[in-house]
Design a protein around this ligand. Structure first.
Ligand SMILES: Nc1ncnc2c1ncn2[C@@H]1O[C@H](COP(=O)(O)OP(=O)(O)OP(=O)(O)O)[C@@H](O)[C@H]1O
Length: 305
């Protein structure tokens, strides 16, 4: 069974419940975002799904391998990029990769062309024989990504893959992620960079110990809408007037712009009328989709406690 299937997964550390009752499925060819605040249980979940931690509840299979079974076949099909790349400074890039290949009992001669392909792709071609201690943060990150891909994994877990990368390198990595998915692999992306998640993922899960929401980003956004209003002068001075509306919308004000969150589209004319009534000169009022960040923060507020 390809992809990832998670049913009622949970993990306790003594009395502390790190993850509970987690259920979701991810298809082959999908880039799936796993979002949540610090301490929400994302790393714990990824460690369970890569066979590094045993669940205390529930079950999961990753590309047909049970996560509580023999870890060896599971580790062969998964690639894991952790937040701390854990490279050996004294070893060269090639020796670091070779060390990893030995761990996975890979035939270096057979696998090296794949490593070289990604080294070149991420701008590290020709730097293989240099000690990693002399690499910049971004170069280390890129080498760690090469290491994650070298054994041709079917399921790839990426924790903040573009952290520390310049915009050009970040773009290369994002393109590679999309390409790996188009080859039919399953990719789980853990990131606090919501703009990146929006670009790469179709579906996301928001977790805070348990699942708060799951679905396509566009559906999560449709849970509400925003009205972008541009007024003359500082928008902040109209905040109090908007707070008097019967539906008391959430409002963000920045310079001449107001972003007014609406539960219903039908409230948009009331917002404009209220602003005009309060003396605003309204230049434009445009309904917009809410950015993922706003949806995410709202889900966390609702899921508090
Ligand atoms: N080995 C462990 N022993 C005890 N508690 C742990 C252990 N690993 C994780 N936890 C606890 O489990 C909870 C979830 O931690 P986890 O590292 O999975 O969160 P996270 O979502 O990855 O956070 P971040 O975004 O900060 O990386 C936290 O309360 C953490 O303290």
């Amino acid at each position: 069974m390809s992809g990832i299937h998670v049913e009622g997964l949970g993990k306790r550390f003594g009395d502390r419940v790190a993850v509970e009752a987690l259920s979701f499925h991810v298809r082959p060819g999908e880039v799936f975002g796993l979002l949540g605040p610090n301490g929400a249980g994302k790393t714990t979940t990824v460690r369970m799904l890569t066979g590094l931690l045993r669940p205390t509840e529930g079950e999961a299979t990753v590309w047909g391998h049970r996560v509580d079974g023999d870890g060896e076949p599971l580790r062969k099909v998964v690639g894991l990029l952790t937040e701390q790349p854990g490279l050996y400074d004294r070893l060269t890039a090639r020796q670091n990769l070779r060390f990893f290949m030995k761990l996975h009992e890979l035939d270096e001669a057979a696998v090296w062309p794949r490593a070289q392909h990604y080294l070149a792709r991420f701008g590290l071609g020709g730097r293989e024989e240099e000690p990693v201690g002399g690499f910049s943060k971004g170069m280390r990150q890129k080498l760690a990504i090469v290491r994650t891909l070298v054994h041709d994994p079917k399921v790839i877990f990426l924790d903040e893959p573009t952290s520390g990368l310049d915009p050009e390198s970040a773009r290369t990595v994002r393109d590679a992620v999309a390409e790996l998915a188009s080859e039919g692999r399953t990719i789980i992306l853990c990131s606090h960079n919501l703009a990146e998640v929006e670009r790469l993922c179709e579906r996301v899960a928001v977790v805070k110990r348990r699942l708060l929401a799951i679905g396509p980003i566009r559906e999560l956004r449709h849970a509400g809408q925003a009205l972008e209003v541009r007024v003359e002068g500082e928008a902040e001075r109209f905040r109090d007037a908007l707070a008097q509306l019967p539906f008391a919308p959430n409002v963000l004000a920045e310079g001449p712009r107001l972003r007014v969150m609406l539960a219903e589209d039908a409230h948009a004319p009331d917002v404009v009328a209220c602003l005009v009534g309060a003396g605003a000169r309204v230049h434009s009022a445009v309904p917009t989709q809410r950015p993922l960040e706003e949806v995410y923060l709202e889900l966390l507020r609702e899921g508090r406690g």
